[in-house]
Design a protein around this ligand. Sequence first.
Ligand code: TXA
Ligand code: MG
Length: 305
Amino acid sequence: MSEIERAADVLRAGGLVIFPTETVYGVGCDATNAEAVARLYAAKGRPHFNPLIAHVPDLAAAECEARLHPKARALAERFWPGPLSIVAPRRAESTVAELACAGLTTIALRAPSHSTARALLKAFGKPIAAPSANRSGRVSATTAAHAAEDIGASVGAMLDAGPSPIGLESTIVSVDDNGAATLLRVGAITRDEVEAVTGSLSLARGSIEAPGMLASHYAPRARLRLDTGAPRVGEAYLAFGSQAPAGGLTLSASGDLVEAAANLYAHLRALDATGAEVIAVAPIPARGLGEAIRDRLARAAAPRT
Ligand code: TXA
Ligand code: MG
């Protein structure tokens, strides 16, 4: 039996599977099995009011779960399979467990492009509920080893396909029955790219509609000091656009934001592991993927609750 088939069997039995996506690693379960979803929340240490993304193979599968306004459909046609999650009104016929949607009247759906994720969805044949494969509130896992470190003890199978190609979570956009589009989380797809499809796009910053929007989230143990040109004595340094000084790491020596996004979480974990109390971070430009990188850094730096 292939590794994929074995992982699909774990899902069928109500177990948890760590699997790669193009954004970050996910820890998935059968989205239609409420007991499996409850096990997943427990493994994550996630507050129950935080809803999960249901992963589906394509637009047709998404239409079975949600009412998609033409604007939502246009987003799916433009960006799926890929790093976009669409929040839309949930259909009464949806097979996804209510617990996965945390009792909301909406559901988040995403068709990932990663070949391993797609193979798993195909082998399983039902939606897979999957948050990022980290303990709640911690930096997302971008390697199988990091996922295993955080929640490996709770899973029945793990699919390792090397480092996540993008390294930042999906962009989340909600589209209601009237076609009103709201950006809930900036991510791999930029605001401009979304807006080019939806036309008007409101920003939901500061709301807790999506927990990825909680002020303190994606946090390492160390405190972060942002937009700093150089580290102080004793601080670890996360550089950008140059080589890092000894003991530091650079997100991208050449100033490439795509490379920086892919390195962000692994570098934060590595600098955290040095035991430094403070990680000083170089200024990151706010253009393109820089907006999402700055968003995650700001949340990682926010006072812990
Ligand atoms: O890239 C990704 O999106 C990764 C990979 C594994 O697909 N997943 C991920 O899941 O980042 P998670 O659970 O860490 O973040 C999902 C976000 C949460 O902030 C959650 O609140 C939001 O999606 N969300 C889910 N359902 C929602 C809904 N009905 N309304 C608003 N926000 C929702
Ligand atoms: Mg997460």
